[in-house]
Design a protein around this ligand. Structure first.
Ligand SMILES: C[S@@+](CC[C@H](N)C(=O)[O-])C[C@H]1O[C@@H](n2cnc3c(N)ncnc32)[C@H](O)[C@@H]1O
Ligand code: SF4
Length: 271
């Protein structure tokens, strides 16, 4: 059996906000896009061919609700509902779901995580919550503003420069890191054992053996499953550039925004 705690599907790398410390580096993407519905469906199928089950299946971005086909994506993921406890949809409270998505979610094992970045940013939170109530869809609001932020706030993942860790330091950091464990990330035809590999950081090499290319027809399903069975056991190249998702790291207030004109094209280091 090949299992994971959380399977995470990224439906885009674009957003309505510009959070400086965004974990998925969304503001730093050179080419913001919504991934195509046909490819997302194939990626979901590919994931569940390889992984027998996961605890929950998360759908996020970027801003999840910006994907115009999100209802169809959720409908497709629900085909596999006997393989997970629920689907979590993460959203930043800037948008409301279309009726089609609400209808797809009604009565299903769907859980919305509404991140509340405060009245000035999560401007649609009240309407979003009212719709979830109306359609009796489960949800949780995580407060990411003011004094008592969820989990103490966000983590600063640094600038992703090469860190020159010793082997022991690298191993110790990897052991403590949340994101390289049991949390496969599905992005645009690939499954990665670590979030950071999925972000397209230009200056970090991505060796072929460190992820699964779902669209590589030269590899058999058995070979892809074997690769998945080897996930999460040792550091990957990206670990040498990362501070790690260490739960006890110092926290920052969430969602500090770039001001108008502050984010320039040459700061976009992901492609
Ligand atoms: C990248 S966001 C995508 C979904 C949506 N745009 C949102 O912000 O809710 C996924 C989750 O990562 C969290 N997150 C983003 N940057 C983070 C950071 N630096 N440290 C910890 N969590 C972070 C967000 O609060 C959200 O719950
Ligand atoms: S809302 Fe902020 S954290 Fe979420 S994807 Fe957008 S920029 Fe990143």
């Amino acid at each position: 059996m090949i299992t994971a705690d959380i399977g995470v599907l990224l439906v885009n790398n674009m957003c309505t906000l510009k959070c400086k410390k965004c974990i998925t580096l969304t503001p730093y993407q050179k080419r913001p896009v919504n991934y195509k519905l046909e490819n997302l469906k194939k990626d979901i199928d590919g994931f569940f061919e390889i992984f027998d089950s996961c605890n929950h299946f998360d759908i996020e971005g970027g801003e999840t609700l910006l994907n115009p086909d999100i209802a169809e994506v959720v409908r497709h993921a629900l085909r596999y509902k006997d393989r997970f406890k629920y689907i979590a949809l993460l959203t930043n409270g800037t948008l409301t779901p279309k009726k089609e998505l609400l209808e797809v979610c009604r009565g299903e094992k769907i859980f919305f995580i509404v991140d509340d970045y405060g009245e000035a940013l999560s401007v649609k939170k009240p309407q979003l919550v009212a719709l979830l109530e109306e359609y009796k869809i489960d949800y949780r609001v995580d407060t990411y503003n003011g004094e008592n932020q969820y989990y103490g706030g966000w983590i600063d993942f640094g600038d992703y420069s090469l860190k020159n860790y010793t082997d022991d330091e690298l191993e110790a950091k990897f052991k403590k890191c949340r994101t390289g464990k049991d949390l496969p990330y599905i992005k645009d035809g690939k499954i990665f054992p670590c979030t950071v590999q999925a972000l397209g950081i230009k200056h970090i090499p991505l060796p072929a053996g460190e992820y699964i290319d779902l669209r590589d027809t030269s590899k058999t399903l058995a070979e892809k499953r074997e690769a998945a069975a080897g996930f999460f056991k040792k550091p990957v190249t990206h670990c040498k550039y990362c501070k790690g998702f260490i739960v006890e790291s110092p926290r920052l207030p969430a969602a500090e925004q770039f001001k108008e004109g502050e984010l320039t094209d040459d700061m976009k280091f992901c492609e």
